[in-house]
Design a protein around this ligand. Sequence first.
Ligand code: NIG
Ligand code: FE
Length: 414
Amino acid sequence: MDLLLTNIKGLIQTEDEPRKCVKGTYMHELAVLENAFLFIENGKIRDFGLMENAEQHIAQKVDCSGRFVLPTFVDSHTHLVFAATREKEFEMRIKGATYEEIAAAGGGILNSAMRLQQTPENELYESARKRLHEVISLGTGAIEIKSGYGLSLEAELKMLRVIRRLKEKSPIPIKATFLGAHAFPAVFKQHHDRYIGIIIKDMLPQIAEEGLADYMDVFCERNYFSPEETARLLVAGLEHGLKPKIHVNQFSTSGGIKVAVEHKAVSVDHLEVLADEDLEALRGSGTIATLLPSCSFFLGLDYAPARRLMEADVPVALATDYNPGSTPSGNMPFVVSLACLRMKMTPAEAINAATLNGAAALEIQHKVGSISRGKLANVIITRKMDSLAYLPYAFGSGHNTVETVILNGKVWEE
Ligand code: NIG
Ligand code: FE
């Protein structure tokens, strides 16, 4: 059924001319149409404008008095498929152990991989579907999901097939990223070349043949994959049609950003640590900087320098990093709040980063990310609020700010 959203207090992120993304210094501009209507037809945004021009459209009306309407969030970095939570490590960190120490002692990613390898595909699918529905109810209307807790051919394929099933069954656009290079399995700790060989010779060809992934990811970090190893893996990914989106500069800087940019990465993600030469590599490159503040919040790390990146005109996106180790939360409203509170992004900048720039980080800006004619009608109707800044201001309230989620023109109900 077609919908006419009426009396919208502020229609956010409207575009007459669709853009690819919003670069740094322009991110403080966020279009707001006051007292507006939004006309949805056949699941797509058909028209929008001032209320005085709403009458030309006949459809079921939804009164949005006192409420804001914005595009749903695009969560462009998650590890939503996992087998088990990791509260034990959470308690160890409270007592003083660091994330890196826990990983070195066999916890962390390897712990998640062991559990995932033992878990049947159906069970993984069911738990991931529940998480997906939870984050949709918080306003996420497109998402990326990574593999990377398999770390063997069989288990990586299992994860990617779960993601494929989610893609087929879910109401929102999903992109799949292959992250076989998330960590070295214990047996390959001293034999990096052998594991990299398995990724390149065994995993990538089969994944490409089955069309199971859209992107290639590598955890480029000390004790994980070096910039040289990352470069080899990115070349192999590109040969199979997978563009890079990589984890880099979470704990240290090593030149990985330069490697990513040289291989035309769609995005570089994390960047809690950022050297001047990293910033220079990103400036004007077209690669998006995806920042994950709820990971910093949970691990007690520094926050990525969003303002420095924006001042260098880099497009910044915000995502959750939802995963059992460093960010057990897929709450995009909370990410937007943290970006304002801890990274000093303005509400307008944070919303640009969480909508259009997130869409660009998944190359789906033609489908979602703004209120633009012809895009999917994936929108959030907020609760009544005086200003849009209430959304990040009321941190942690999630459902108390996002009242209704519309997907493909239909009110989302689980
Ligand atoms: O993005 N840093 C690497 N990967 C994840 C965490 C993975 C885990 O701890 O399970 C991240 O933070
Ligand atoms: Fe991650």
